[in-house]
Design a protein around this ligand. Structure first.
Ligand SMILES: *Cc1c(COP(=O)(O)O)cnc(C)c1O
Length: 435
């Protein structure tokens, strides 16, 4: 399979090259030239299949021309070693919890798959002394990428994050790992962090001396593993005897990687009627769907930092996968909510259903409540364990929540952090010093 750039000004590349480059040379994002369709028999049999078997079947269809079957097996085995529970909230609405992996966020699946894939390529070629993975993050991506790439020989991970807009727990999840994971705290905003990473990627002098890649949702390797759970929802509901003819997924959207994967799952043949995209007020996808304009949104201190994104990195994938604006509007219904309303949803769910949801996931659930029509079945994606955003969740509910042992362990680790100002020079010095 060849991969093309959404800006159409770079040559098509192999999967391996797309994974190592991250961003295409023309600044576009890689997508497969054609999205392979799953055989009809697959959907027929899916309700009887295990999660691993479903993942394997999808990965095989996506990658069999590029990766040996035995390696595809290994990648899949490394991806989901945990459950993806689906809970009925009422007759037609379900919540799918994507956060039972190592860092308790949905990005674990993409990061672990990507980590295994890098490990495979590095082992196979033996030609890289070190690949530097730069991550500009407001929190969860850093944790997931650090977890997925920790201790992989030949991979250095640099996590750039804004000083004041990250939770204590999120920082602990990558800054306490040590080894090949380097936490770089930037005295600035997420936009500053992204700008620094971009400058490093484009720095001629650095590129002559070191190799760079990206493990955020820019990287094409993250798309396929994030399609797995859409299929899993279909299989699980079908097995329960739920009518899955009119299936709607609600997604809390930030950089739009999750939604892009949903669109790919649909293009591969999964019968999804439409998506509901949930974000905060003033979000770029909502502005686009309502006005046709591509505009940067504003960011602010948010109860759900991972969806508070001014220019979503996967935006061009969404437009490429939907085609024209009219189609995009039919396929994606967007919602932009005020935070007070989302906190009310969290209280309602807690009081009426005894269900505690994290802030991001609650945006999606609220959007599903607004959008779902009679005769449809909705699945709302829950993207983080509530304890990852405990202060925000506790503020909404008005009482403390439990923090699982798995998360508490990070808090007792030693933080190793480099602090730099928001200019590029300081970061370049750091990179060169490690060389
Ligand atoms: C990253 C993240 C999102 C947004 O996902 P995108 O793929 O960036 O749109 C939503 N919720 C949580 C908890 C996240 O970490």
């Amino acid at each position: 399979m060849k991969y093309y750039s959404t800006r159409h000004n770079s040559l098509d590349v192999s999967l391996e090259e797309a994974v190592f480059k991250g961003l295409a040379p023309d600044g576009g994002l890689y997508l497969p030239r054609t999205i392979p369709r799953l055989p009809q028999a697959f959907l027929h049999n899916i309700r009887a299949m295990s999660l691993k078997d479903i993942c394997y079947a999808i990965a095989y269809v996506a990658f069999h021309g590029d990766i040996e079957a035995s390696v595809i097996h290994e990648l899949v085995n490394n991806t989901f070693n945990y459950d993806i529970p689906i809970t009925a909230i009422d007759n037609d609405k379900y919540v799918m919890e994507l956060f039972h992996g190592p860092t308790m966020g949905f990005k674990d699946v993409g990061a672990m798959f990507m980590g295994s894939l890098l490990r495979h390529y590095i082992k196979q070629s033996g030609r890289f002394d070190a690949v530097n993975v730069l991550v500009a993050t407001s929190g969860d991506t850093g944790a997931a990428v650090a977890g997925g790439l920790h201790n992989i020989p030949g991979v250095n991970v640099w996590i750039l994050y804004p000083q004041d807009s990250i939770s204590y727990m999120q920082e602990a999840q990558f800054a306490t790992l040590g080894g090949n994971i380097r936490a770089v705290e930037v005295n600035g905003t997420l936009a500053d962090c992204k700008a620094i990473a971009k400058q490093a990627y484009n720095d001629k002098e650095l590129n002559e001396r070191m190799l760079f890649s990206s493990a955020t949702s820019i990287n094409v390797a993250r798309i396929v593993p994030q399609t797995f759970y859409y299929f899993w929802a279909y299989a699980t509901l079908a097995r329960k005897g739920v009518d899955v003819k009119n299936l709607v997924f609600s997604v809390p959207c930030g950089n739009l990687g999750n939604l892009a994967s949903g669109l790919v799952a649909r293009a591969m043949g999964l019968p999804i009627k439409r998506f509901v995209a949930a974000g905060n007020i003033d979000n770029a996808l909502d502005i686009y769907l309502n006005t046709g304009l591509v505009k940067e949104a504003t960011t602010f201190t948010s109860i759900a930092p991972a969806i508070n994104v001014s220019s979503p990195t996967n935006f061009d994938r969404i437009t490429a996968l939907t085609g024209d604006l009219e189609t995009a509007r039919q396929l994606i219904h967007s919602y932009a909510f005020a935070e007070d309303d989302v906190m009310a949803t969290m209280r309602e769910l807690h009081d009426a259903n005894d269900y505690v949801m994290d802030t991001h996931s609650a945006f999606a659930y609220r959007a599903l409540q607004h959008d779902l029509q009679p005769g449809e079945v909705g699945v709302s994606l829950a993207t983080a364990h509530p304890a990852k955003f405990s202060s925000q969740v506790e503020m909404a509910l008005g009482h403390d929540i439990d923090v699982p042992q798995q998360l508490r362990e990070y808090l007792s680790g030693t933080r190793q952090v480099e602090t730099i100002n928001s200019g590029y020079t300081a970061f370049k010095k750091l990179l060169l010093a490690y060389k």
